[in-house]
Design a protein around this ligand. Structure first.
Ligand code: ADP
Ligand code: MG
Length: 506
Protein backbone atom coordinates (compact mmCIF):
# COMPACT_ATOMS: atom_id res chain seq x y z
CA UNK A 1 0.00 0.00 0.00
CA UNK A 2 1.34 3.40 -0.95
CA UNK A 3 1.93 6.10 1.62
CA UNK A 4 -0.28 9.15 1.61
CA UNK A 5 0.46 11.57 -1.16
CA UNK A 6 -0.70 15.10 -1.75
CA UNK A 7 -3.60 13.95 -3.85
CA UNK A 8 -5.19 11.72 -1.28
CA UNK A 9 -4.73 13.84 1.81
CA UNK A 10 -4.01 17.51 1.85
CA UNK A 11 -4.79 18.35 -1.69
CA UNK A 12 -7.39 17.31 -4.20
CA UNK A 13 -9.28 14.76 -2.18
CA UNK A 14 -12.77 13.92 -3.27
CA UNK A 15 -14.89 16.30 -1.25
CA UNK A 16 -18.04 14.21 -1.73
CA UNK A 17 -16.53 11.05 -0.34
CA UNK A 18 -18.20 10.44 3.02
CA UNK A 19 -15.37 8.24 4.25
CA UNK A 20 -13.14 11.34 4.36
CA UNK A 21 -13.00 12.73 7.88
CA UNK A 22 -13.94 16.38 7.85
CA UNK A 23 -15.21 16.87 11.36
CA UNK A 24 -14.32 15.41 14.72
CA UNK A 25 -16.79 15.03 17.58
CA UNK A 26 -15.98 17.16 20.61
CA UNK A 27 -15.33 15.51 23.95
CA UNK A 28 -18.79 16.54 25.18
CA UNK A 29 -22.04 17.18 23.28
CA UNK A 30 -22.12 20.88 22.36
CA UNK A 31 -23.45 23.46 22.89
CA UNK A 32 -23.34 23.37 26.68
CA UNK A 33 -26.36 24.73 28.54
CA UNK A 34 -26.03 28.44 29.43
CA UNK A 35 -26.21 27.82 33.18
CA UNK A 36 -23.21 25.47 32.96
CA UNK A 37 -21.23 28.03 30.99
CA UNK A 38 -22.09 30.78 33.42
CA UNK A 39 -20.76 28.65 36.24
CA UNK A 40 -17.65 27.22 34.61
CA UNK A 41 -16.19 30.10 32.57
CA UNK A 42 -15.32 32.39 35.52
CA UNK A 43 -13.86 29.41 37.39
CA UNK A 44 -11.77 28.45 34.37
CA UNK A 45 -10.48 32.01 33.96
CA UNK A 46 -9.47 32.18 37.63
CA UNK A 47 -7.72 28.83 37.39
CA UNK A 48 -5.88 29.91 34.25
CA UNK A 49 -4.59 33.23 35.50
CA UNK A 50 -3.69 31.81 38.91
CA UNK A 51 -1.62 29.06 37.30
CA UNK A 52 0.36 31.26 34.97
CA UNK A 53 -1.65 31.13 31.75
CA UNK A 54 -0.92 34.78 31.16
CA UNK A 55 0.85 37.16 28.80
CA UNK A 56 2.00 40.75 28.98
CA UNK A 57 -0.33 43.27 27.34
CA UNK A 58 0.92 43.88 23.83
CA UNK A 59 -0.84 47.14 23.18
CA UNK A 60 -0.08 48.66 26.56
CA UNK A 61 2.96 46.93 28.08
CA UNK A 62 2.91 47.01 31.85
CA UNK A 63 5.42 45.03 33.89
CA UNK A 64 3.00 45.06 36.82
CA UNK A 65 0.12 43.24 35.20
CA UNK A 66 -0.75 40.19 33.15
CA UNK A 67 -3.50 39.50 30.70
CA UNK A 68 -5.24 36.14 30.59
CA UNK A 69 -3.82 34.08 27.70
CA UNK A 70 -6.56 32.94 25.32
CA UNK A 71 -7.56 29.33 25.88
CA UNK A 72 -10.21 26.78 25.01
CA UNK A 73 -12.63 25.67 27.67
CA UNK A 74 -12.55 21.98 26.71
CA UNK A 75 -9.71 19.75 25.53
CA UNK A 76 -9.83 19.06 21.79
CA UNK A 77 -10.43 15.54 20.58
CA UNK A 78 -7.37 13.93 19.00
CA UNK A 79 -7.07 10.30 17.83
CA UNK A 80 -4.99 8.25 20.25
CA UNK A 81 -3.41 6.20 17.49
CA UNK A 82 -1.94 9.30 15.87
CA UNK A 83 -0.88 10.84 19.18
CA UNK A 84 0.93 7.66 20.20
CA UNK A 85 2.57 7.44 16.80
CA UNK A 86 4.17 10.90 16.97
CA UNK A 87 5.15 10.47 20.61
CA UNK A 88 6.98 7.24 19.75
CA UNK A 89 8.65 8.83 16.73
CA UNK A 90 9.99 11.89 18.54
CA UNK A 91 13.29 10.43 19.65
CA UNK A 92 14.00 9.44 16.04
CA UNK A 93 13.04 12.92 14.82
CA UNK A 94 15.52 14.36 17.36
CA UNK A 95 18.26 12.08 16.06
CA UNK A 96 17.44 13.00 12.48
CA UNK A 97 17.79 16.72 13.27
CA UNK A 98 21.00 16.08 15.21
CA UNK A 99 22.58 14.19 12.32
CA UNK A 100 21.44 16.76 9.76
CA UNK A 101 22.90 19.54 11.93
CA UNK A 102 26.25 17.74 11.96
CA UNK A 103 26.38 17.07 8.22
CA UNK A 104 28.17 20.13 6.87
CA UNK A 105 27.96 19.02 3.25
CA UNK A 106 24.24 18.36 3.44
CA UNK A 107 23.56 21.79 4.97
CA UNK A 108 25.83 23.46 2.42
CA UNK A 109 24.15 21.80 -0.56
CA UNK A 110 20.69 22.45 0.85
CA UNK A 111 21.26 26.14 1.61
CA UNK A 112 23.69 27.11 -1.14
CA UNK A 113 21.10 28.90 -3.26
CA UNK A 114 19.00 30.16 -0.35
CA UNK A 115 21.88 32.11 1.17
CA UNK A 116 22.45 33.97 -2.10
CA UNK A 117 19.01 35.57 -1.83
CA UNK A 118 18.09 35.41 1.85
CA UNK A 119 20.28 37.74 3.84
CA UNK A 120 19.26 36.46 7.28
CA UNK A 121 20.05 32.83 6.47
CA UNK A 122 23.33 33.95 4.90
CA UNK A 123 24.37 35.70 8.08
CA UNK A 124 23.64 32.57 10.09
CA UNK A 125 25.59 30.56 7.54
CA UNK A 126 28.55 32.97 7.75
CA UNK A 127 28.66 32.51 11.52
CA UNK A 128 28.64 28.76 11.02
CA UNK A 129 31.50 28.80 8.53
CA UNK A 130 33.48 31.22 10.70
CA UNK A 131 33.30 29.05 13.83
CA UNK A 132 33.85 25.93 11.78
CA UNK A 133 37.03 27.33 10.25
CA UNK A 134 38.27 28.56 13.61
CA UNK A 135 37.53 25.12 15.11
CA UNK A 136 34.32 24.49 17.04
CA UNK A 137 35.11 24.97 20.73
CA UNK A 138 32.12 23.06 22.03
CA UNK A 139 31.41 19.77 20.27
CA UNK A 140 28.28 19.14 22.29
CA UNK A 141 24.87 20.53 21.35
CA UNK A 142 21.60 20.52 23.21
CA UNK A 143 18.52 20.06 21.05
CA UNK A 144 15.25 21.27 22.56
CA UNK A 145 13.12 20.61 19.53
CA UNK A 146 9.43 20.69 18.78
CA UNK A 147 7.90 18.83 15.90
CA UNK A 148 4.57 20.43 14.93
CA UNK A 149 1.93 18.31 13.25
CA UNK A 150 -1.64 18.66 12.12
CA UNK A 151 -4.22 16.03 11.43
CA UNK A 152 -5.06 15.72 7.82
CA UNK A 153 -8.25 14.51 6.26
CA UNK A 154 -7.59 11.20 4.69
CA UNK A 155 -9.54 9.14 2.24
CA UNK A 156 -10.28 5.70 3.59
CA UNK A 157 -7.94 3.22 2.05
CA UNK A 158 -5.42 5.63 0.54
CA UNK A 159 -2.59 4.36 2.74
CA UNK A 160 -1.86 1.95 5.57
CA UNK A 161 -2.62 4.61 8.15
CA UNK A 162 -5.98 5.67 6.96
CA UNK A 163 -7.65 2.42 6.05
CA UNK A 164 -9.26 2.38 9.45
CA UNK A 165 -11.21 4.96 11.45
CA UNK A 166 -10.75 7.80 12.27
CA UNK A 167 -9.51 8.13 8.65
CA UNK A 168 -7.08 10.87 9.64
CA UNK A 169 -3.34 10.86 9.93
CA UNK A 170 -0.83 13.46 11.08
CA UNK A 171 1.39 15.45 8.77
CA UNK A 172 4.33 17.51 9.93
CA UNK A 173 4.14 21.30 9.60
CA UNK A 174 7.74 21.92 10.67
CA UNK A 175 10.41 20.99 13.19
CA UNK A 176 11.57 23.87 15.40
CA UNK A 177 15.15 23.77 16.59
CA UNK A 178 15.24 27.25 18.13
CA UNK A 179 13.02 28.86 20.80
CA UNK A 180 10.55 25.97 20.89
CA UNK A 181 8.13 27.59 23.29
CA UNK A 182 5.08 26.48 25.30
CA UNK A 183 6.91 24.09 27.61
CA UNK A 184 4.92 25.68 30.43
CA UNK A 185 1.81 26.72 28.52
CA UNK A 186 1.36 23.20 27.09
CA UNK A 187 1.07 21.38 30.42
CA UNK A 188 -0.86 24.22 32.05
CA UNK A 189 -3.51 24.09 29.32
CA UNK A 190 -4.03 20.43 30.21
CA UNK A 191 -4.39 21.40 33.88
CA UNK A 192 -7.03 24.01 33.00
CA UNK A 193 -9.00 21.49 30.96
CA UNK A 194 -8.70 18.84 33.69
CA UNK A 195 -9.97 21.30 36.25
CA UNK A 196 -12.89 22.26 34.00
CA UNK A 197 -13.94 18.65 33.44
CA UNK A 198 -13.61 18.03 37.17
CA UNK A 199 -15.78 21.05 38.02
CA UNK A 200 -18.32 19.87 35.46
CA UNK A 201 -18.43 16.58 37.41
CA UNK A 202 -17.06 14.50 34.57
CA UNK A 203 -14.23 12.65 36.33
CA UNK A 204 -14.76 9.69 34.03
CA UNK A 205 -13.32 11.78 31.18
CA UNK A 206 -10.04 12.66 32.88
CA UNK A 207 -8.32 9.47 31.74
CA UNK A 208 -8.54 10.77 28.15
CA UNK A 209 -6.10 13.60 28.93
CA UNK A 210 -2.51 12.39 28.61
CA UNK A 211 0.14 13.30 31.17
CA UNK A 212 2.31 16.18 30.04
CA UNK A 213 5.73 16.77 31.61
CA UNK A 214 7.03 19.15 28.95
CA UNK A 215 8.36 21.73 31.38
CA UNK A 216 10.22 19.16 33.47
CA UNK A 217 11.51 17.47 30.30
CA UNK A 218 12.86 20.62 28.63
CA UNK A 219 14.41 21.95 31.83
CA UNK A 220 15.83 18.49 32.49
CA UNK A 221 17.57 18.79 29.12
CA UNK A 222 19.14 22.11 30.10
CA UNK A 223 20.23 20.68 33.45
CA UNK A 224 21.83 17.66 31.77
CA UNK A 225 23.76 20.05 29.51
CA UNK A 226 24.81 22.12 32.56
CA UNK A 227 26.07 18.93 34.24
CA UNK A 228 27.97 17.98 31.07
CA UNK A 229 29.69 21.38 31.04
CA UNK A 230 31.06 20.51 34.44
CA UNK A 231 31.61 23.84 36.20
CA UNK A 232 29.60 24.22 39.42
CA UNK A 233 29.77 28.02 39.42
CA UNK A 234 28.66 28.49 35.83
CA UNK A 235 25.09 29.60 35.01
CA UNK A 236 22.45 29.05 32.33
CA UNK A 237 21.88 32.04 30.03
CA UNK A 238 18.44 32.63 28.49
CA UNK A 239 18.81 34.85 25.43
CA UNK A 240 15.56 36.80 25.36
CA UNK A 241 13.75 39.45 23.36
CA UNK A 242 14.02 43.13 24.38
CA UNK A 243 10.48 42.85 25.70
CA UNK A 244 9.08 39.40 26.49
CA UNK A 245 5.31 39.22 26.10
CA UNK A 246 5.18 35.44 26.59
CA UNK A 247 6.76 35.92 30.01
CA UNK A 248 4.92 33.16 31.89
CA UNK A 249 6.20 30.48 29.55
CA UNK A 250 9.80 31.64 29.99
CA UNK A 251 9.72 32.37 33.73
CA UNK A 252 8.25 28.97 34.55
CA UNK A 253 11.27 27.41 32.84
CA UNK A 254 13.45 29.34 35.29
CA UNK A 255 11.32 28.25 38.27
CA UNK A 256 11.40 24.62 37.13
CA UNK A 257 15.19 24.65 36.83
CA UNK A 258 15.34 26.10 40.34
CA UNK A 259 12.89 23.43 41.57
CA UNK A 260 14.91 20.58 40.10
CA UNK A 261 18.30 22.02 40.94
CA UNK A 262 18.49 24.83 43.48
CA UNK A 263 22.24 25.01 42.84
CA UNK A 264 21.84 26.22 39.25
CA UNK A 265 21.36 29.90 38.50
CA UNK A 266 19.68 31.33 35.39
CA UNK A 267 20.39 34.78 33.95
CA UNK A 268 18.46 36.53 31.17
CA UNK A 269 20.03 38.89 28.63
CA UNK A 270 19.09 40.19 25.18
CA UNK A 271 21.57 40.21 22.31
CA UNK A 272 22.31 43.91 22.78
CA UNK A 273 23.28 43.36 26.41
CA UNK A 274 25.46 40.42 25.44
CA UNK A 275 27.21 42.62 22.86
CA UNK A 276 27.96 45.16 25.58
CA UNK A 277 28.76 42.94 28.52
CA UNK A 278 29.75 39.53 27.16
CA UNK A 279 33.34 38.48 26.55
CA UNK A 280 35.33 35.39 25.76
CA UNK A 281 38.29 34.30 27.85
CA UNK A 282 41.44 33.13 26.08
CA UNK A 283 40.19 29.54 26.46
CA UNK A 284 36.78 30.46 24.95
CA UNK A 285 34.71 30.53 28.11
CA UNK A 286 31.75 32.90 27.75
CA UNK A 287 31.55 35.38 30.62
CA UNK A 288 28.71 37.88 31.09
CA UNK A 289 28.72 40.35 33.96
CA UNK A 290 31.17 38.11 35.79
CA UNK A 291 29.20 34.87 35.33
CA UNK A 292 30.63 32.02 33.30
CA UNK A 293 27.95 30.56 31.02
CA UNK A 294 27.57 26.79 30.89
CA UNK A 295 24.42 26.58 28.75
CA UNK A 296 22.82 29.08 26.36
CA UNK A 297 19.08 28.75 25.73
CA UNK A 298 17.94 30.90 22.81
CA UNK A 299 14.40 32.24 23.20
CA UNK A 300 15.31 35.00 20.74
CA UNK A 301 17.66 35.33 17.80
CA UNK A 302 15.45 33.51 15.26
CA UNK A 303 14.24 36.58 13.36
CA UNK A 304 16.00 39.50 11.68
CA UNK A 305 14.20 42.09 13.85
CA UNK A 306 16.01 40.74 16.92
CA UNK A 307 19.36 41.81 15.43
CA UNK A 308 19.09 45.60 15.54
CA UNK A 309 22.61 46.29 14.35
CA UNK A 310 26.00 44.70 13.77
CA UNK A 311 26.43 44.60 17.56
CA UNK A 312 23.77 41.87 17.95
CA UNK A 313 25.33 39.84 15.14
CA UNK A 314 28.69 40.18 16.89
CA UNK A 315 27.03 38.96 20.09
CA UNK A 316 25.67 35.89 18.30
CA UNK A 317 29.14 35.19 16.91
CA UNK A 318 30.69 35.55 20.37
CA UNK A 319 28.20 33.04 21.79
CA UNK A 320 28.82 30.59 18.93
CA UNK A 321 32.58 30.89 19.36
CA UNK A 322 32.33 30.04 23.04
CA UNK A 323 32.52 26.69 24.75
CA UNK A 324 29.09 27.13 26.32
CA UNK A 325 26.68 24.37 25.28
CA UNK A 326 24.11 26.01 23.07
CA UNK A 327 20.49 25.24 22.39
CA UNK A 328 20.63 25.52 19.52
CA UNK A 329 24.17 25.80 18.25
CA UNK A 330 24.35 27.57 14.91
CA UNK A 331 24.29 24.40 12.80
CA UNK A 332 21.24 23.15 14.70
CA UNK A 333 19.55 26.49 13.96
CA UNK A 334 20.33 26.06 10.26
CA UNK A 335 19.05 22.47 10.30
CA UNK A 336 15.67 23.83 11.37
CA UNK A 337 15.23 26.17 8.38
CA UNK A 338 12.33 25.63 6.01
CA UNK A 339 14.69 25.03 3.09
CA UNK A 340 16.45 22.21 4.92
CA UNK A 341 13.08 20.72 5.85
CA UNK A 342 12.16 20.64 2.17
CA UNK A 343 15.47 19.02 1.23
CA UNK A 344 15.06 16.36 3.95
CA UNK A 345 11.72 15.39 2.41
CA UNK A 346 13.32 14.51 -0.93
CA UNK A 347 13.07 10.81 -1.74
CA UNK A 348 16.00 8.82 -0.34
CA UNK A 349 17.37 11.51 1.98
CA UNK A 350 15.95 10.06 5.19
CA UNK A 351 17.67 6.77 4.43
CA UNK A 352 21.05 8.51 4.60
CA UNK A 353 20.43 9.53 8.19
CA UNK A 354 18.19 6.79 9.59
CA UNK A 355 17.74 3.04 9.30
CA UNK A 356 15.30 1.92 6.60
CA UNK A 357 12.56 1.14 9.09
CA UNK A 358 13.00 4.48 10.91
CA UNK A 359 13.11 6.36 7.62
CA UNK A 360 9.86 4.76 6.56
CA UNK A 361 8.11 5.78 9.78
CA UNK A 362 9.36 9.37 9.61
CA UNK A 363 8.50 9.70 5.92
CA UNK A 364 4.87 8.98 6.77
CA UNK A 365 4.84 12.29 8.64
CA UNK A 366 5.73 14.30 5.57
CA UNK A 367 3.40 16.01 3.20
CA UNK A 368 4.46 17.35 -0.21
CA UNK A 369 7.36 19.82 -0.05
CA UNK A 370 8.72 21.39 -3.25
CA UNK A 371 11.83 23.32 -4.18
CA UNK A 372 11.40 26.65 -5.93
CA UNK A 373 15.01 26.66 -7.19
CA UNK A 374 15.69 27.99 -10.68
CA UNK A 375 15.50 24.54 -12.26
CA UNK A 376 12.97 22.55 -14.28
CA UNK A 377 11.79 21.02 -11.00
CA UNK A 378 11.33 24.48 -9.49
CA UNK A 379 9.55 25.71 -12.65
CA UNK A 380 7.12 22.86 -12.32
CA UNK A 381 6.40 23.73 -8.68
CA UNK A 382 5.84 27.38 -9.59
CA UNK A 383 3.37 26.35 -12.26
CA UNK A 384 1.59 23.95 -9.92
CA UNK A 385 1.18 26.69 -7.31
CA UNK A 386 0.01 29.27 -9.85
CA UNK A 387 -2.57 26.82 -11.21
CA UNK A 388 -3.97 25.84 -7.85
CA UNK A 389 -2.82 28.24 -5.10
CA UNK A 390 -5.41 27.05 -2.56
CA UNK A 391 -3.63 23.70 -2.37
CA UNK A 392 -0.34 25.16 -1.10
CA UNK A 393 1.49 27.29 1.43
CA UNK A 394 4.41 29.43 0.27
CA UNK A 395 7.08 29.77 2.97
CA UNK A 396 10.05 32.11 3.29
CA UNK A 397 12.98 31.27 5.62
CA UNK A 398 11.40 32.79 8.70
CA UNK A 399 10.25 31.63 12.10
CA UNK A 400 7.80 32.94 14.61
CA UNK A 401 4.54 32.96 12.70
CA UNK A 402 2.88 35.38 10.31
CA UNK A 403 5.37 35.05 7.45
CA UNK A 404 3.77 32.46 5.17
CA UNK A 405 1.71 33.17 2.09
CA UNK A 406 -1.65 31.50 1.38
CA UNK A 407 -4.30 31.23 -1.32
CA UNK A 408 -4.57 33.85 -4.05
CA UNK A 409 -1.71 35.83 -2.54
CA UNK A 410 0.61 32.98 -3.56
CA UNK A 411 -0.22 33.76 -7.17
CA UNK A 412 0.51 37.46 -6.66
CA UNK A 413 3.85 36.84 -4.96
CA UNK A 414 4.96 34.21 -7.48
CA UNK A 415 3.91 36.41 -10.39
CA UNK A 416 6.45 38.99 -9.15
CA UNK A 417 9.34 36.67 -8.38
CA UNK A 418 8.90 33.64 -10.62
CA UNK A 419 11.53 34.69 -13.15
CA UNK A 420 14.14 35.79 -10.65
CA UNK A 421 16.38 34.07 -8.14
CA UNK A 422 14.36 35.71 -5.42
CA UNK A 423 12.05 32.72 -5.54
CA UNK A 424 14.86 30.58 -4.12
CA UNK A 425 14.29 32.24 -0.74
CA UNK A 426 10.99 30.33 -0.53
CA UNK A 427 9.75 26.76 -0.45
CA UNK A 428 6.36 25.43 -1.40
CA UNK A 429 4.37 23.02 0.75
CA UNK A 430 1.07 21.20 0.41
CA UNK A 431 -1.54 22.85 2.53
CA UNK A 432 -2.72 20.55 5.29
CA UNK A 433 -6.48 20.61 5.77
CA UNK A 434 -7.18 19.44 9.28
CA UNK A 435 -10.62 18.23 10.33
CA UNK A 436 -12.78 20.74 12.15
CA UNK A 437 -14.31 20.51 15.61
CA UNK A 438 -16.12 22.85 17.93
CA UNK A 439 -14.87 24.37 21.16
CA UNK A 440 -15.44 27.38 23.42
CA UNK A 441 -12.90 30.15 22.99
CA UNK A 442 -12.14 32.22 26.08
CA UNK A 443 -10.35 35.52 25.61
CA UNK A 444 -9.78 38.33 28.06
CA UNK A 445 -12.50 40.99 27.94
CA UNK A 446 -14.61 39.05 25.46
CA UNK A 447 -17.69 36.88 25.89
CA UNK A 448 -17.10 33.14 25.57
CA UNK A 449 -17.78 31.96 22.04
CA UNK A 450 -18.54 28.57 20.48
CA UNK A 451 -16.35 28.40 17.39
CA UNK A 452 -15.16 26.01 14.70
CA UNK A 453 -11.51 25.20 15.16
CA UNK A 454 -8.50 23.21 13.97
CA UNK A 455 -5.52 22.17 16.08
CA UNK A 456 -1.75 21.87 15.77
CA UNK A 457 0.03 19.45 18.07
CA UNK A 458 3.63 20.11 19.07
CA UNK A 459 5.75 17.23 20.31
CA UNK A 460 8.81 18.20 22.33
CA UNK A 461 12.06 16.30 22.25
CA UNK A 462 15.40 16.69 23.98
CA UNK A 463 18.72 15.44 22.70
CA UNK A 464 22.26 15.99 23.95
CA UNK A 465 25.43 14.91 22.26
CA UNK A 466 28.28 15.45 19.84
CA UNK A 467 28.47 14.48 16.19
CA UNK A 468 29.66 11.01 17.13
CA UNK A 469 28.13 10.39 20.51
CA UNK A 470 24.50 10.98 21.47
CA UNK A 471 24.06 10.88 25.26
CA UNK A 472 20.27 10.76 25.11
CA UNK A 473 17.35 11.42 22.82
CA UNK A 474 13.95 11.60 24.47
CA UNK A 475 10.33 12.51 24.01
CA UNK A 476 9.70 15.43 26.36
CA UNK A 477 5.98 16.22 26.40
CA UNK A 478 3.58 18.03 24.12
CA UNK A 479 1.49 21.16 23.56
CA UNK A 480 -1.64 21.87 21.58
CA UNK A 481 -2.50 25.16 19.92
CA UNK A 482 -5.89 25.57 18.37
CA UNK A 483 -7.12 28.27 16.03
CA UNK A 484 -10.29 29.30 14.27
CA UNK A 485 -10.74 27.11 11.22
CA UNK A 486 -11.18 30.26 9.14
CA UNK A 487 -7.69 31.70 9.72
CA UNK A 488 -4.44 30.71 8.06
CA UNK A 489 -2.19 31.01 11.10
CA UNK A 490 -3.04 30.95 14.74
CA UNK A 491 -0.32 32.50 16.87
CA UNK A 492 -1.44 32.64 20.50
CA UNK A 493 0.37 35.91 21.14
CA UNK A 494 -1.08 37.30 17.90
CA UNK A 495 -4.56 36.57 19.27
CA UNK A 496 -5.72 34.21 16.52
CA UNK A 497 -4.94 30.97 18.27
CA UNK A 498 -5.35 29.83 21.82
CA UNK A 499 -4.03 27.32 24.33
CA UNK A 500 -5.63 23.92 24.25
CA UNK A 501 -4.99 20.35 25.29
CA UNK A 502 -5.51 16.88 23.96
CA UNK A 503 -8.53 14.64 24.59
CA UNK A 504 -7.55 11.22 23.26
CA UNK A 505 -10.16 9.04 21.61
CA UNK A 506 -9.96 5.59 20.00
P1 ADP B 1 6.72 29.41 11.73
O1 ADP B 1 8.17 29.10 11.75
O2 ADP B 1 6.42 30.82 11.43
O3 ADP B 1 6.01 28.87 12.95
P2 ADP B 1 5.27 27.35 10.28
O4 ADP B 1 5.76 26.59 9.14
O5 ADP B 1 5.08 26.61 11.55
O6 ADP B 1 6.21 28.62 10.46
O7 ADP B 1 3.90 28.03 9.90
C1 ADP B 1 3.17 28.87 10.77
C2 ADP B 1 1.73 28.41 10.84
O8 ADP B 1 1.15 28.36 9.53
C3 ADP B 1 1.55 27.01 11.40
O9 ADP B 1 1.50 27.03 12.80
C4 ADP B 1 0.24 26.60 10.77
O10 ADP B 1 -0.87 27.15 11.47
C5 ADP B 1 0.29 27.25 9.40
N1 ADP B 1 0.87 26.33 8.40
C6 ADP B 1 2.17 26.18 8.09
N2 ADP B 1 2.36 25.23 7.16
C7 ADP B 1 1.14 24.76 6.88
C8 ADP B 1 0.66 23.76 5.97
N3 ADP B 1 1.48 23.08 5.19
N4 ADP B 1 -0.68 23.54 5.94
C9 ADP B 1 -1.53 24.25 6.71
N5 ADP B 1 -1.14 25.20 7.58
C10 ADP B 1 0.18 25.46 7.66
MG1 MG C 1 5.65 26.97 13.47
Amino acid sequence: MATCGSYCCDGDFNKDDVSTTRTIESCLPLPLPDEILEDIVPKAKDFAILHGAGMRYRSNYDPDSLQLAPFFLLPSAFPRREFDRVVKLQSIVNILMHRIAHDYQFLKDALEKTIKVDDFTRRLWDIYTTVREEGISQEMSLGLVRSDVMLTKCQAGCCELCQTPPFVTVHQVEVNTIASGFGHMGPISGSINRYVLGEMRKPELLGHLPENDALAGLCGGMIAAWDAYGCPKAVILFIVEDVTYNICDQRFHEYEIRRQRPDIHVIRRNLTQISQRGRLTSDKRLVIDGDEIAVVYFRAGYEPGQYHSEAEWEARLTVERSKAIKSPSIHYHLAGTKKVQQEIARPGVLNKFLSDSEAKLVSQLFTGLYTLDMSPEGDQAVQMAMDNPERFVLKPQREGGGNNVYGQEIRMVLEKIKDSQEREAYILMDRIRPPIQQNYLIRAHEPVKLVEVVSELGIFGTILGTAKDIQFSKFAGHMLRTKLSSVNEGGVAAGLGALDSVFLFD
